[in-house]
Ligand binder design. Sequence first.
Ligand SMILES: *[C@@H]1O[C@H](CO)[C@@H](O)[C@H](O)[C@H]1NC(C)=O
Length: 176
Amino acid sequence: MPVWGALFLLWAAEAAKDCPTQCTCQALETMGLRVDCEGRGLTALPALPAHTRHLLLVNNSLRSIPPGAFDHLPQLQTLSVSQNPWHCDCSLTYLRLWLEDRMPEALPLVRCASPALATHRSLGQLTGYELGDCGWQLQASWAAPGFWGDVALLVVATLGLALLAGLLCTVTEPLD
Ligand SMILES: *[C@@H]1O[C@H](CO)[C@@H](O)[C@H](O)[C@H]1NC(C)=O
C-alpha cells in the first residue's frame, strides 16, 4: 500500500505539471485529472493536460471550441460547458458531435448567445442547416464530376464557335 501511495503521488505530481495556469487540477485515484476552469473569464480553451478526465468550463466567456480540441484527450469523459456565450455556427459542430456521442444529456445546457438565428436556443436544437456548412457543400459541388463535365462542354462549344466564325470570315472575304 505505501508503495502504491508513493507511486500515485509521483504520478499526480507529474500529471498536474501540465495544468493550465487559469485552472486547478485534481488527480483522481483512477489515474485521471479533474480540471476545474469554472468562472475564470476564459475567452479561449486553455491547453489541456493529456490525462484530463473531467473538464469544467462552466461560467466563462467561451464562444467557440476549435475542431479537434479534445482529440488528444482519450480519457476525457465529462465536459461541463454551460453558462458561456456560445456562438452556434458551423465551427461548433465538433463540440456538438462530441456531446452527442458521449453525453447527449448535456446538449440542452449549451445555450447559444449568437448568431441571431440561434439566440436563446440550445446547441442540440439547431439543425445542420441552421448551424451552417462551413462551405463544405460548395467544395463538394465543385468536386462533382457534373461540374467539370459542364466546363468541358462549355470549352468545346466556345472553340467550335470561334472556329465557325473564323471559317465564315475566310469564306466571305473573297466576295468583297
Ligand atoms: C462566474 O464567474 C465570475 C468570474 O468570472 C464570478 O464573479 C461569478 O460569481 C460567477 N458566477 C456564477 C453564477 O458562478
